[in-house]
Ligand binder design. Structure first.
Ligand code: UD1
Length: 345
């Protein structure tokens, strides 16, 4: 058995897939989640896939006392993967203080507790949002690309949290960190036992696509077809959530077992951009399901195009996102079918 890892937000979309990969790689996992945007039943899915039910504590990380009790109860925790955060861009504009409070206090509490409980490494979920809209000459973006002022409180919390970790480490804190900047995570576990389950009307593209395909939503609107891209729709780097989860396993092994710089940054994507229209076409091709969609106006705050240069992660972490897009689309669809079968939606 490898080390014990605390996965915060472990019942969420990326957290649950990462818990599966960690357990399959031999790590012991303690999941913490306040269940504000997820369900404890996710643990059943994780258990079915891996044969192991991770330890679970329903804790809000803003509550420092409750968080400290987790470290007291599991003194063998050596690493943290910190996913727990609010993540809806639009909501963050409406409720900025909720976002600052939740996303920032949680991280500060963890960083304060790490040295006391001898926790050596923390992997932080950051986002390509820190780059804003890169200049054309900076595409694909590398980790060295200049950051731009965030366009939402959500984006700002990612930038500020990166800075908090850096400042803490620069002050001599006896910890190490790897910051992973994700591009657009999509898809679901091939077992269809875990996946993405947004509350209410989805903001993100893929849940909207699959919910439209199954008839929960009437029509998908592609936001804008007059962008400066080959087909006029926005371009993103869509990465399969299972590939993304595996990047965390590689990062955890590096932060805990190797002599490395105290803080490192990696872009986690495929290195390839796809337009919104290409995603719709890939979904139809891969699943054989026809999608009802139309073009609509641009969505405020959307950036035109971004995709990542992920060669640093490929070389240093020995990791690569290699699942074909059509397989990813099928996984998302199978998950939606499973939700229907289970009467969830
Ligand atoms: C956004 C955030 C990202 C965050 C992620 C979390 C920005 C710039 N990006 O990503 O930091 O981590 O949400 O959820 O703030 N689209 C449609 N129709 C739809 C939905 C989406 O055309 O109904 C298009 C969008 O215009 C966009 C693409 O699909 O071009 C992807 O959108 P989405 O899934 O919402 O992700 P991002 O906005 O890229």
């Amino acid at each position: 058995m490898k080390q014990t890892i605390l996965v915060t937000g472990g019942t969420g979309f990326i957290g649950s897939h990462t818990t599966v990969e960690l357990q399959q790689a031999g790590y012991k996992v303690v999941v913490v989640d306040n269940l504000s945007n997820s369900n404890e039943k996710v643990l059943d899915g994780i258990e079915k896939i891996t044969g192991i039910r991770p330890a679970f504590e329903k804790v809000d990380l803003r509550d420092k006392e409750a968080t400290e009790k987790v470290f007291e109860k599991y003194p063998d925790i050596e690493g943290i993967i910190h996913f727990a955060a609010s993540k809806a861009v639009g909501e963050s504009v409406q409720k900025p203080l909720l976002y600052y409070h939740n996303n920032i206090i949680s991280l500060v509490n963890l960083l304060e507790l790490m040295p006391k409980y001898n926790v050596k490494g923390i992997i932080f979920s950051s986002s390509c949002t820190v780059y804003g809209q890169p200049k054309p000459e900076n595409l694909p973006v590398t980790e060295q690309a200049p950051h731009q002022k965030a366009t939402s409180p959500y984006g700002n919390t990612k930038e500020v949290n990166e800075q908090i970790i850096l400042d803490d480490i620069n002050s001599g804190a006896p910890i190490k960190s790897i910051v992973l900047r994700y591009f657009n995570p999509i898809g679901a576990h091939p077992s269809a036992l875990i996946g993405e389950l947004p509350n209410g009307v989805p903001n993100n593209l893929i849940p909207f696509v699959t919910q439209t395909a199954i008839g929960v939503r009437e029509q998908l609107t592609i936001f804008g077809n007059d962008y400066n891209t080959p087909d006029g729709t926005c371009i993103r780097d869509y990465i399969y959530v299972v590939d993304l989860a595996k990047a965390h396993v590689a990062a955890m092994a590096r932060v805990l077992d190797k002599e490395t710089e105290p803080i490192e940054y990696f872009n986690i994507g495929t290195g390839k951009g796809n337009s919104t229209l290409e995603i719709v076409e890939a979904f139809e091709r891969a699943t054989g399901v026809k999608l009802n969609w139309k073009y609509g106006p641009r969505r405020e705050g959307d950036i035109e195009k971004i995709w990542g240069d992920c060669s640093h992660a490929n070389e240093v972490l020995g990791w690569k996102a290699d699942t074909p897009l059509d397989d990813v689309m099928r996984s998302a669809w199978n998950w939606q079918l499973k939700l229907r079968e289970d009467g969830v939606m």
